[in-house]
Write a protein that binds this ligand. Sequence first.
Ligand code: GLA
Length: 375
Amino acid sequence: MTVNVKDYAYKVTAAGRVNIIGEHIDYCGGKVFPAALAFKNTVYIRPNGTDKINLSWTTLDEKVTLDIAKLGDYKSLKYGNYQAGSLLMWKNAGNPVVGCDMVQDCTVPFGSGLSSSAAIEVSTIAAMCALTGVPVDPVGIAVEAQRAEREYCGVNCGIMDQYASACGKAGHAMLLDCATLACEYVPIDTGDCSLVIIDCKKPHSLVESKYNERRAETETALRLLQKKLNINSLAELDGRSLEECGSLLPHNVYNRARHVVDECARVADAAKAMKSGDMVKLGALLNASHASLKDLYEVTGKELDALAAAAQSHPACLGSRMTGGGFGGCTVSLVRTSGVEDFKAHVLEKYFEATGYTAAVYQTQIGDGITVEKI
Ligand code: GLA
């Protein structure tokens, strides 16, 4: 449907995100380095004086009505479950949720690993804040949105996606400490290079269960290591202690912990490289991150590996890695801007040869987190 904007009270947006580096360490208390995208979910909202929330979409024919008293009942909806879950968490946290009409307009490609779900959750709560006069607190909203993803949608995720979606800043990456939620904004200054995001377009399957399994393995690693080490999270672990206590861990659990330790170090190095404009270094870190996610964390799969390899084989590419949860979704590559067009053609061709899938290159910018506009 098309939106007659002047019929609505507020236009509220929240962003998708790309993670530059720092994968699968947010739930281990690590620092991550994501950025919000100009791909976003926009919610147009107006009060309707009922106890119902009417949802519609610009890009879908669907219409869904949520009963505010029964927000817990919509977990199995194909569309509307994220909205129901985030508003339920928001309400349970003691905030007002009132009857309204919401039109959702999402430009984050679904299933791309660029956090369309976080954008929907965060913008839905922010829209409810706007309508009910509750001051928008991006961090508080991110926390409730994450709770929705975990407790309502069944993905035991960290805070990275919802935080980036809510708190992002155009032109900046975020060095986010997931243990404290302290965030340093770092200008994305890639000099003569560009970040290129490419979707492997593999249909997702079993992503949630494999994601939850990885998280559980890191929890096992922590529990076993705590028998010998005084640490509160895997992010506090250093490489030497891991070597010394490695025999406490089953092989696959050891590999997961090794990834976490190394990836935490790579994030620190990547932030330094970005600040000093060392793109060669940043690129090398992206490649190392992908290799670790492939071999130690085992969350890439044939398609993401083929896509990253195709990217890495182009002379203008300084580095490439999967971004997001994995098992499908996108890669992010650092590419000399003068070679970007040739790079894209090369990657699409090589990737198709390797997998039979046609990848999609996304054009977007680094955008803002939550925005609220009174109409
Ligand atoms: C998903 C989760 C995040 C994070 C990444 C992996 O996007 O939602 O919390 O764990 O995977 O880095």
